[in-house]
Design a protein around this ligand. Structure first.
Ligand SMILES: Nc1nc2c(ncn2[C@@H]2O[C@H](COP(=O)(O)OP(=O)(O)OP(=O)(O)O)[C@@H](O)[C@H]2O)c(=O)[nH]1
Ligand SMILES: [Mg+2]
Length: 213
């Protein structure tokens, strides 16, 4: 029996993971040369924490108690094996009212442009707080993806985050509510306990494996 904590036993071994760059517009993204997986969701929902959990690198994606921490398209390069390199993209959080109006207006189009135009985007994971479920702006994003990107070019999944904040007996019913709203596959997740990490990796690997950029 290993003494490793449960979250280190889940998912594939990440050979290397590094922050590549943060850009303020899609036009400044690197050429779409490797498959990409993006993570979207409301401010503070846990996108950067989830990325650190996936990559097993504490602090690589900057997390904060202050909503609105991630304001650019942040690109990470992840390597699972010699022939498997891809990008994770941490998208700016939306729906946070306390940033300046100009900035808030700026986020929507940047995320939309990226999701609509990025040819190397193979999968989108939309994060929602497991306690709150999908809210109006999340549902709008799902609708936007349904009309802008054929399923074959980009799979959409919902991740219900912060599952550790719900008592065990209430976790399943909470996930059922998210499922009924989302109409796409839903994964329960916690960056505190690592639950859901294995399933997320399975879906990510499926999306990027053999994918042409
Ligand atoms: N208990 C618990 N707290 C979490 C979890 N995920 C994130 N948090 C906390 O929630 C806060 C926000 O997390 P971030 O990962 O920075 O959220 P974000 O979605 O990247 O936020 P923005 O960059 O502002 O959009 C931090 O205080 C995290 O420690 C989780 O699974 N469980
Ligand atoms: Mg963030």
């Amino acid at each position: 029996m290993s003494n490793l904590p449960a979250k280190d036993q889940l998912g594939p071994k990440v050979l290397d993971a590094k922050f590549l760059l943060g850009v303020p517009a899609v036009a400044k993204m690197p050429p779409p040369a490797v498959p990409e997986v993006a993570f979207a969701g409301r401010s503070n929902v846990g996108k950067s924490s989830l990325l650190n959990t996936l990559m097993q690198r504490k602090g690589l994606a900057r997390t904060s108690r202050t909503p609105g921490c991630t304001r650019a398209l942040n690109v990470f390069e992840v390597q699972l094996s010699v022939d498997s390199i891809f990008h994770f993209v941490d998208l700016p959080g939306y729906g946070y009212a306390k940033v300046s109006k100009a900035e808030r207006i700026g986020w929507g189009p940047m995320i939309e442009d990226y999701l609509r135009e990025r040819p190397s985007l193979k999968a989108l994971f939309l994060l929602v707080d497991a306690r709150r479920g999908a809210e109006d702006d999340d549902l709008q994003l799902l609708e936007f993806m349904a009309v802008s990107r054929p399923k074959e070019t980009c799979r959409v999944h919902v991740v219900a985050t912060k599952l550790d904040k719900i008592v065990r007996a209430k976790q399943k019913p909470a996930l059922e509510i998210v499922k009924s709203m989302a109409k796409v596959p839903v994964i329960g997740f916690s960056s505190e306990t690592g639950v859901g990490r294995d399933e997320l990796w399975t879906r990510i690997e499926k999306a990027v494996r053999h994918a042409e950029p």
